[in-house]
Design a protein around this ligand. Structure first.
Ligand code: HEM
Length: 354
């Protein structure tokens, strides 16, 4: 049986408990009284309540649902993310893509394609072997799918929705999202293969600086600028875009694609912003690469399509690579025994002046 003293302690404890409970309910009553008063004077203004909910810190915001941030009903940073994504990224990203496309169009209409000046000799040089072309086109096709579906996800509601309407656009957007999520990992693997395959010919060399200073002969007098297998422009594309932006886009893409490693909303929002910025910059740079690789430089597309290029093309665009090729191969496809002309491309300078 508890003794007299124990009873005293018990009573005091009970008293304290009652006081606490009373204070709490008084506080709660006071709180709800304040809320009721606010509903009368400022209908629907529940700011303190929602501030509490947003904070996610109040002791009442608990949940049985397991998982990351399941007790955070409203995540304030989400609004900041939404404003950045739908604000500067969409506006400046959109205008940048339009601007670069317009500049490429303007350049093409003013200058036209970079043409060969000497006649093709008909002797062919192997520029890309079949492995290099397989890697290139798998990367290129997966990239184009990612770029188009990514643009639909980012700009679709402004550009495509008004044309297609809600039903069709929701179909297209769902298809785009799923294609993007599945092709993303494929592109990442291809980008690694691309790096391993082409890195040895993208090491910067001293003569690249001459190419940079003359902007590759694309502007002004369009004079010929000798280069190795890849010129400084292609090397910049390889290191800054394919490698650096490739890694950033792939890593942030994986974090969003596989959201089962405890990523919180804050993390997803941050990588989404980084992904969108790096992807827009990648697309802008790829527009220039695709222009040069299709209509911008006569004969370029064929080199990656068939792997072969004419001796004149090789000499005029990649003189040092051509000389090395001749030195290592001795003769070039064409009439047997017909020695390749090793006259330096500079001797053809006259031909470059349009
Ligand atoms: C439809 C899209 C594309 C077209 C038409 C295209 C066309 C070409 C052509 C013609 C070449 C050979 C240029 C030469 O002989 O020097 C080339 C090289 C190359 N392309 Fe593409 N390409 C496309 C997309 C891509 C994409 C998406 C990537 C990377 C993500 C890429 C990465 C490369 C690389 C790394 C090279 C080798 C040159 C270097 O290493 O700098 N291409 N491309």
């Amino acid at each position: 049986m508890p003794g007299y003293r124990d009873m005293g302690v018990l009573v005091r404890l009970l008293f304290v408990l009652c006081v606490v409970l009373f204070a709490q309910s008084a506080w709660a009553v006071e709180g709800s009284a304040k809320q009721a008063e606010r509903q009368a004077t400022q209908p629907l203004n529940n700011a303190p309540f929602w501030r509490d909910v947003r904070g996610g810190e109040n002791p009442y915001q608990t949940t049985q649902v397991r998982g990351v941030e399941t007790n955070v009903l409203v995540q304030t940073e989400g609004e900041i993310w939404r404003q950045i994504r739908n604000g500067p990224i969409t506006i400046y990203g959109g205008w940048l893509i339009i601007l670069i496309t317009a500049l490429i169009g303007l350049y093409y209409s003013l200058k036209g394609p970079l043409k060969l000046h000497e006649k093709p000799t008909g002797r062919m040089v192997e520029r890309f072997n079949s492995w290099e072309r397989i890697v290139h086109w798998t990367t290129a096709i997966s990239f184009v799918i990612l770029a188009v579906t990514g643009l639909i996800i980012l700009f679709g509601k402004y550009v495509v929705l008004p044309v297609l309407g809600y039903t069709l656009f929701s179909w297209l957007a769902t298809l785009a999202k799923n294609l993007h999520n599945f092709v993303g990992p494929l592109f990442a693997v291809c980008a690694v293969l691309m790096f391993v395959t082409f890195v040895k010919d993208n090491i910067p060399k001293a003569h690249d600086w001459i190419w940079v200073k003359k902007l590759g002969g694309f502007f002004g007098s369009r004079e010929h600028v000798p280069s190795g297998r890849f010129n400084a422009g292609e090397k910049a594309w390889f290191w800054i875009v394919v490698t650096l932006l490739g890694v950033v886009s792939a890593v942030t893409g994986f974090i969003m694609d596989f959201a089962n490693f405890g990523q919180g909303r804050g993390t997803m929002q941050l990588v989404n912003v980084i992904h969108a910025v790096s992807a827009v910059l990648f697309i802008v740079a790829a527009l220039a690469h695709i222009y040069v690789g299709t209509i911008g430089v006569e004969g370029a597309y064929q080199t990656m399509r068939t792997g072969m290029t004419d001796e004149t093309w090789a000499r005029e665009h990649h003189e040092y690579w051509y000389n090395d090729y001749v030195a290592s191969h001795g003769s070039i496809g064409g009439a047997p025994g017909s020695a390749p002309s090793t006259a330096p491309a500079s001797a053809m300078r006259e031909g470059w002046k349009t």
